[in-house]
Design a protein around this ligand. Sequence first.
Ligand code: 3HC
Length: 312
Amino acid sequence: MDLLKLQESFDAKIEKGDCIEPKDWMPDDYRKTLIRQISQHAHSEIVGMLPEGNWITRAPSLRRKMVLLAKVQDEGGHGLYLYSAAETMGISRDEMIEQLHSGKAKYSSIFNYPTLTWADIGAIGWLVDGAAIMNQVMLQRTSYGPYARAMVRICKEESFHQRQGYEIMSVLAAGTHEQKAMAQDALNRWWWPSLMMFGPPDADSPHTAQSVRWKIKRETNDELRNKFVDRTVPQAEFIGLKVPDKDLKWNEAKQGYDWGKINWDEFYNVIKGNGPCNKERLEARRKAHENGAWVREAAAAYAAKQQQKAAA
Ligand code: 3HC
């Protein structure tokens, strides 16, 4: 089939809302966009284990420790799932890992902030996983089949993540004066970086318009961000916490909130590598990869031996 026909059949599939599968023809730029987005999504899951992992040994009870352990383990699984989805597009695991460790590939800005108190673990579950769910529920309808199917599985676990975070914040907010102050402090520090997670404003986003045309994105960065604010502000008020935005106010006409300005200089600074924890996060990932080399070698040696046996 000539190129024109291939493009027409791709366009017809996208138009119809069908999934594009690994064996289907696709434009190079479509493939490139998805390799970039899915691999960075996978990196975010893996790097996202670090700030929370920091509190596993310091969780305030056995129950909290078990829940946090389960959550961090889930994130690792999400990362592996997404690396496998990216591999269906022709990039190898080693290439993706090298892109992360060399700083070439991005991961979510949010994971470059420190987790200073136990309430941060609540704020991450509630706000960061809450924002991630907003985005990932939409990605369950993304046009690339393996990515959409990975999202269905991941979203089920993310909702548990968000609920356990909100429960931590509710208990602290209903606790002693110091506990409530700790929860409010965490909300103050995590609110704006969580809004940045959705990406730059649509007007400044180099990828959104094309990703919407390809139905990779079914909603834009700003649409999802506004949805997140409208959903999360009432949750904060319900547990007696105050969203740190002096311009936040309900707009009856639009049935949604008007709210303040995001500090985009901070966002671009963080994604350029100058956030509070960027260096520490990449260092930890490189070290974990080096320390795990013997496991990879043993697994590869075992697989080779099995192949020899099968061939004999
Ligand atoms: N952090 C780091 N980089 C970001 C970013 C963020 N929050 N938001 C945008 N960027 C980068 C983009 O990667 C792009 O840079 P690149 O061209 O070098 O890749 C640039 O800023 C322009 O942004 P765009 O909005 O034009 O880029 P996208 O169309 O890729 O949209 C996105 C950005 C909305 C994050 C999109 O990539 C996406 O939906 N990714 C999948 C979801 C995801 O990665 N979520 C991260 C969180 S995962 C998580 O939280 C785990 C949970 O379990 C806790």
